[in-house]
Ligand binder design. Structure first.
Ligand code: PLP
Length: 400
């Protein structure tokens, strides 16, 4: 009676959510924990966005909307891609959902059968492999090493493609590494993709507005517009506008796929919250300087944590090009012995040691399919980051 379906036993709760819950638990038990696990901005949703949501409530926009979102939201999404990439997406090519996460999940539900392979470059966002498994598919993890900047290369992609491959997932700027592709790197990947016309590409660009270089990251469809018929680009307001709790994401792609996503949505959530849709319209069409202001804050924190952690013996990291995570190589700590006499054998051991000994919560690289690393989020105050840096330095210095 209590048996769940196979698709549930195949997957695990999200390791990042679990790590954040563990940090909260320890805090509740009275421990002084600096939580660097969270994958969301600590900054507040812009005021104009909140006001738009309040206005929507007062105006009675409190009912179901069309499955594919309000016309205003669809227009705002279409305008964004026209403005940014010069690509014109019509109503039948836009889906909206309860977060980018839901759009990705439904895209996989719509296309993956038992045995279907989905190429997931590692390090990967924790949810991709389990989303594939939950939909009966097989994640094919392709290691993207530090030497390649943790990015997928044509040499790694090409041999991973089989006749069962349905999707390649490309996430940039990436969680957990912050890596972004250059136009040339994307052009080279496009050459491989052109040889496999049945393979779809899921471009997850949820962090596309959070970048630190002089120019924004290149996008696949601007360098290879001929791939448009098989690229689903997924985005949302969670990260760019500090709106994680509003649960609003969207996808633009081929009409057949968007129709399938919408059919699934019509039988599951019906539509995302009408109020969040109104808020997202305000975010996407309002004053975009709010993003630059937030990114300036993240950049300062990024520079601070990169410096703090690179000064710690046993740790090494490169500045991320985007997103708000630092991906730290902890190979230098593996094999070391803690003051309690325990040998650190894995990145999970290092993370547990940091939690127990230093009261700093991070997430082990193994959760992202790459070791020995750990991820910290710098979407938190400089005060917390400075204290965490000091504690990590003390903890690593105490190793023998
Ligand atoms: N994609 C990546 C790479 C993410 O890191 C996240 C959130 O952590 C999401 C998608 C989900 O975003 P949303 O809040 O829009 O569901």
């Amino acid at each position: 009676m209590t048996t769940v379906a196979d698709r549930v036993t195949r997957i695990q709760p999200s390791p990042s959510t679990t790590a954040a819950a563990r940090a909260k638990e320890l805090r509740a038990a009275g421990r002084d924990i600096l939580d660097l696990t969270v994958g969301e901005p600590d900054l507040d949703t812009p005021d104009a966005v909140k006001q738009a949501a309040i206005a929507a409530i007062l105006a009675g926009d409190t009912k179901y909307t069309p499955v594919n979102g309000t016309p205003a939201l669809r227009r705002a999404v279409a305008d964004r891609y026209l403005r940014r990439d010069g690509l014109d997406y019509g109503d039948k090519e836009i889906a909206v959902g309860g977060g980018a996460k839901q759009v990705i999940f439904l895209a996989l539900t719509a296309t993956v059968n038992a045995g279907t392979e989905v190429i997931v470059p590692a390090p990967y966002w924790v949810s991709y492999p389990d989303m594939v498994r939950a939909n009966d598919g097989t994640p094919v993890v392709v290691d993207c090493g530090e030497g390649d900047g943790f990015k997928l290369t044509p040499a790694a992609l090409s041999p991973a493609i089989t006749e069962r491959t349905r999707w390649v997932i490309l996430n940039a700027p990436a969680n957990p590494t912050g890596a972004a592709y250059t136009a040339d790197e994307l052009r080279a990947l496009a050459l491989v993709l052109r040889r496999h016309p049945d393979v779809l590409v899921l471009v997850d660009e949820i962090y596309d507005e959070i970048w630190y270089d002089a120019t924004p990251p290149a996008t696949l469809l601007t360098v290879a517009p001929d791939l448009r018929d098989r690229v689903l680009t997924v985005n949302g307001v969670s990260k760019s506008y500090a709106m994680t709790g509003w649960r609003l994401g969207y996808g633009v792609g081929p009409a057949w796929l968007i129709t399938a996503i919408n059919t699934l949505q019509s039988h599951s959530s019906s539509c995302p919250s009408s109020i969040s849709q109104a808020a997202a319209v305000a975010a996407l069409t309002g004053d975009q300087s709010v993003i630059g202001e937030m990114v300036d804050i993240y950049r300062e924190r990024r520079d601070l944590v990169v410096k703090l952690l690179n000064d710690v013996p046993g740790l090494r990291c490169t500045p991320p090009q985007g997103a708000f995570y630092l991906w730290v190589n902890c190979a230098g700590a593996i094999g070391a012995v803690t003051p309690g006499g325990q040998t650190l054998r894995t990145d999970a051991d290092v993370v547990l040691y940091l939690l127990e000994h230093a009261g700093v919560a991070a997430i082990q690289g193994a959760a992202y399919g790459a070791s020995p690393y750990f991820r910290i989020s710098f979407a938190t105050s400089t005060d917390v980051l400075e204290r965490a840096g000091d504690r990590i330095a003390d903890a690593l210095t105490a190793l023998t």
